[in-house]
Design a protein around this ligand. Structure first.
Ligand code: GLY
Length: 578
């Protein structure tokens, strides 16, 4: 394995590397490139202040963006356990400044080898309520720990132990329970109550901790120390593996020691999309995000969105979303197990064909586009974006799926298990109008990775590099699309993270919008075009954006304000810790 050495990163090398940034951009001409200035300082945007601080500490100790990603990831797993953790999985999109190498590290969960296609159906072929969501069968084999080890061995500069140390120390010392943690427990309290390990960790004294309560998790610290000491084997073999398999099987699950030992991350080629003079580098399958983005941007590339007016712009974007989400539901799955026509789906000619069916005057009823239902997703998951002072980039989206995953904490481990098995189509086999077996590409199968919407993304424009992503289930992809358009319209990172959002996912045939996303006259104009508009109370997502201006080296972080209490450490009673 090659490991980046801590060689003196002379300015000339950094600049030379930075020159290759907008690789496929037609606008990346010599004059634009010659203006590239390395970042004035590193920038990290994450969903929790303590995770961001952990990343900065590792950078200050000589680590690069990839070491910092390990620190942020492991700390989020501790302080934002409802969203992600080492019991789950994630995608790491990386760009190395020294040579422009981009890679997508797929640390997605895998189905255990004893998984079967119908494991979530009853004798009549009907889904058994909640079996893929709560309890031991809902969990896939975690991928995140292997991802952290892989980053340290292949791309980091510090030993894994140094990068994990902020999370280890925080777990031992304690940290304050936040408002978002508390809200999320409210959603999953019954499930957590049913599990002894989850009760002990998240419901001390039988109820959710008050905001500001000092939490400690020594089991998590010990689990991370084993990972730091033994690398892959520190989680996937030995004590942690034994505890996990014993605990899952005792609860009625099907994991084996072989499942854990056989887990591997996969390095994949990111998808690259040329759009409006920029190159978008993003997530390939088993994420559905990159393919959908390629389709949507391909469709939109022929429209002058600014000239369409507010309602016309939203209409065109929604029609692009409608078509991409339809294809998502039909064609996408684990590329190591099913044939996915990525080249076809992302080809400009295919986008042109889809565009030809769009009327700028009338909404296309989704019924007229043969296909199958796209499953709505949950709001959990988390994303962080890092640019270090050398220009290394990391976009990481990680998850345990629904809040607190499957609600099980195996005693002695300190983390929740995921419920990523619910990201499979638990009841495949519905043929679509083309005779394809609908959702077959994403059926449960042993060793298969469930289809994801997580879409960590780089926008490499001639004047600016942006790293972005968000949680939000099926809405992730449309949020990232709006984020990309925001970057290319010249908005700052904070404005992009804060911008009100709208979404369409083919079925249900509804244009949903956050409060304030669409002005009343725009809603009326969209209704007149035939859209069913639902502008509700709800907000969604938790977008984290980092931008670097190549002209003067300025950097900027954009934090989603929707969960600004996520990292609260000054609760209303004024106490930081109780
Ligand atoms: N579990 C959410 C996703 O992977 O899309």
């Amino acid at each position: 394995m090659t490991r980046l050495r801590r060689v003196g990163m002379v300015l000339a090398l950094t600049l030379a590397a930075a020159l290759v940034l907008p690789v496929a951009s037609a606008a990346a001409d010599a004059s634009a490139a010659s203006a590239v200035v390395r970042p004035a300082e590193p920038v990290i945007a994450s969903a929790h202040r303590l995770a961001t601080e952990a990343g900065h500490r590792v950078l200050a100790e000589g680590g690069n963006a990839f070491d910092a990603a390990i620190a942020v990831s492991a700390t989020l797993g501790l302080v934002e356990p409802e969203s992600s953790g080492i019991g789950g999985g994630g995608f790491f999109l990386l760009r190395r400044a020294s040579d422009g190498h981009v890679v997508f590290v797929d640390a997605r969960e895998r189905a255990p080898m004893a998984a079967t296609r119908d494991m979530f159906l009853d004798g009549d072929g009907q889904p058994i309520p909640e079996r893929s969501i709560n309890g031991p069968l809902a969990a896939g084999i975690p991928g995140l720990p292997a991802g952290l080890v892989h980053l340290a061995e292949r791309y980091g500069r510090l030993p894994l132990e140094r990068s994990l140390m902020p999370a280890i120390e925080l777990a031992e010392r304690g940290w304050p329970w936040g408002a978002k943690n508390q809200t999320m427990i409210g959603w999953r309290q019954k499930v957590l109550e049913a599990d002894r390990g989850a009760r002990a960790l998240f419901l001390p004294g039988g109820k959710p901790p008050a905001v500001g309560t000092r939490m400690r998790n020594p089991d998590y610290a010990r689990t991370l120390r084993r990972l730091a000491r033994d690398g892959f084997d520190g989680f996937y073999r030995g004590e942690t593996a034994r505890r996990l398999v014993d605990g899952v099987r005792r609860a009625g699950g099907i994991w084996t020691l072989e499942d854990l030992a056989a887990y591997r991350v996969v390095e994949r080629e990111p998808l690259r999309i040329a759009y409006r003079g920029a190159e978008i580098v993003t997530a390939p399958p088993p994420s559905s995000g990159g393919v959908a983005l390629a389709q949507m941007l391909g469709i939109l590339s022929a429209f002058d969105l600014a000239a369409l007016g507010d309602a016309g712009r939203v209409h065109a974007i929604v029609e692009a979303m409608r078509r991409a989400y339809r294809d998502r539901a039909i064609y996408l799955g684990d590329p190591d197990h099913v044939e996915i026509p990525v080249a076809l789906l992302t080809h400009p000619a295919y986008a042109a064909g889809l565009r030809a069916g769009i009327s700028l005057e009338r909404a296309t009823p989704s019924d007229l586009l043969p296909g199958i239902s796209a499953k709505p997703g949950s709001d959990q998951t988390t994303h962080f974006s890092i640019i270090d002072a050398e220009g290394n980039l990391a976009a990481v989206t990680q998850t345990v799926n629904l809040p607190f995953g499957n609600g099980i904490v195996i005693p002695g481990t300190g983390f929740v298990l995921n419920n990523e098995m619910d990201d499979f189509s638990v009841k495949p086999g519905v043929p679509n109008a083309f005779g394809l077996i609908g959702e077959d590409a994403n059926a449960v199968a042993p060793g298969r990775r469930p289809l994801s919407s997580m879409t960590p993304t780089f926008v490499l424009a001639p004047d600016r590099v942006t790293v972005l992503g968000t949680p939000g289930g099926s809405r992730i992809i449309s949020m990232v699309l709006l984020g990309i358009l925001g970057v290319l319209d010249g908005h700052g990172a904070q404005d992009i993270a804060a911008a009100p959002r709208f979404h369409h996912q083919y079925l249900p045939d509804t244009l949903s919008a956050e409060p304030g996303a669409l002005a009343p006259d725009v809603i009326e104009a969209l209704k007149a075009k035939g859209h069913v508009v639902s502008q509700g109370e709800r907000t969604w997502g938790n977008m984290q954006v980092a931008s670097w201006w190549l002209g003067d080296g300025r950097v900027e972080a954009g934090f989603d304000p929707r969960w600004k209490s996520a990292s609260v450490d000054e609760p209303s009673d004024g106490a930081i810790f109780r």
